[in-house]
Design a protein around this ligand. Sequence first.
Ligand code: PPS
Length: 317
Amino acid sequence: MQGQVFVQVFSRACANTCGFQQHKMDSVTRPELFDFHGISMTHYFTDNWENIQNFQARSDDILIATYPKAGTTWISYILDLLYFGQTSPERQTSLPIYNRVPFLEIAIPGLDSGKDLADKLPTTPRLIKTHLPVQLVPKSFWEHNCRIVYVARNAKDNMVSFFHFDRMNGVQPEAGDWIDYFLRFLKGKMVFGSWYDHVNGWWKKKQTYSNLHYMFYEDLIEDTGREIDKVCSFLGLSPSAEEKKNITSQVQFDNMKNNKMANYSTLQVLDFKICPFMRKGKVGDWKNHFTVGQSEYFDEDYKNRMKDPTLQFRTEI
Ligand code: PPS
């Protein structure tokens, strides 16, 4: 029954070891997309809207902003290790990344909302994740001039990653066939809207808001250490060479994939039998999905829509 797949969700996150509350969630269904302030959304991200918009940021909060599947978990883990890897080593074995870095706008029945988790974060700074397009970010972040780290990923790989995520995530709309998904992505009928609007909107914001560090997934793949240096410089952090080496190693794909606190295997809403969350972690996997015709069609459309020559993506490295 398309769109009506019932998923009994029990968050079983390491109940004995991690201090993460074990919740029995209500039955949740795959949601429908609807238009919300001009953006395609599902109710799991709009049900708590008033509270989200009234979220009280603090001036030392760090917002991690991304279009879904652009490398959010990767940069979240990097920042968590940079800030708390030394001082709170127990976090590494006890708290899943989605609890260390709450997802502000998520509201799934039976689980703490992202907003409540963010309010309750005991850390300084608080690391907070959002997929919101720039125009929907709660105003308090701007009022407090919070630092924001945005990660963008080339559209082709982003689309492929999102497709597999939607296949395995019981609280996302059905992915359907690849060809339909491909067309839907081009139309921007995705949760959190159009990739094109998202990456361009945040890029434009960077021109006027200096506390925004705009990164690329492909750069992180190419040279993780170099990108960690850049983000440290933006955040005013100076880890020792040894600390940096440790972090760079811990955040390599295979290490994160094997780390239960980073790989989302503790979240039962995701069906790892269909696909793991940490799937491939590569640049260029789109070539295994796009036909030649799809790639040509995509490239033509892309040229017409990505008019800003200062924003360039790499689809291979
Ligand atoms: S989400 O659901 O929006 O928070 O997903 P997000 O974390 O943004 O994106 C998931 C994709 O990022 C890949 N990933 C990594 N790639 C390389 N190295 C590391 N360490 C890493 N961590 C996460 C992850 O595998 C997903 O991409 P795909 O292409 O699907 O593998």
